[in-house]
Design a protein around this ligand. Structure first.
Ligand SMILES: C[S@@+](CC[C@H](N)C(=O)[O-])C[C@H]1O[C@@H](n2cnc3c(N)ncnc32)[C@H](O)[C@@H]1O
Length: 158
């Protein structure tokens, strides 16, 4: 619902924050909140993140936040995950930092493996699994309520 986009926009008033969300509900909530609260450094992109990356080829982000991406639990659905080797390799070229948070251990360990591989190949500078600051998003609240363990990953690229 854009909670982290809103918090980032208020903490970084001189920066543009892009919320990428293909579903109407989230787009609507964020747009409505920004209009009602006079927030004018937020942009909403309404197609999937993969399209953004392929359309805006020269775009470089300060940071990318990927919080609770749909995990596609079943093995046969893993290919549908937003974060796979190909996508991570692409966004690593487009950002200085990537923040990832999930309550799904399988998703996290898969990304951690890809990250370690990128470090070996010197495509990134370092990574950390320490907690980082984010807004109380819908899925963070849900995970806390269900007492789920949280898996944080920060990738430092430059
Ligand atoms: C489990 S929800 C988490 C929402 C929010 N990040 C939070 O922490 O509450 C996953 C979100 O990812 C969005 N999503 C799924 N596939 C996406 C894609 N390819 N590009 C961008 N967003 C995507 C969904 O529409 C949904 O809003």
């Amino acid at each position: 619902m854009g909670e982290n986009v809103i918090e980032l926009s208020q903490r970084n008033k001189n920066k543009k924050i892009i919320g990428i969300e293909p579903l109407l509900n989230g787009q609507y909530f964020l747009a409505d909140y920004c209009l009602k609260n006079n927030i004018n450094n937020v942009l909403i992109y309404t197609e999937p993140a993969q399209i953004f990356i392929s359309v805006f080829k020269k775009f470089i982000f300060d940071s990318i936040y990927i919080l609770f991406p749909d995990p596609w639990h079943k093995k046969k659905h893993k290919k549908r995950r937003l974060l796979n080797k190909e996508f991570i390799k692409k966004i690593v070229l487009k950002s200085k930092k990537i923040y990832f948070l999930s309550d799904n251990f399988d998703y996290f360990s898969n990304i951690l493996q890809i990250t370690k591989n990128l470090l070996q190949k010197k495509k990134i500078i370092s990574f950390s699994t320490k907690k980082f600051k984010i807004a109380k998003t819908k899925y963070l609240n849900r995970a806390k309520k269900l007492n789920k363990r949280l898996y944080f990953l920060t990738i430092d690229i430059s």
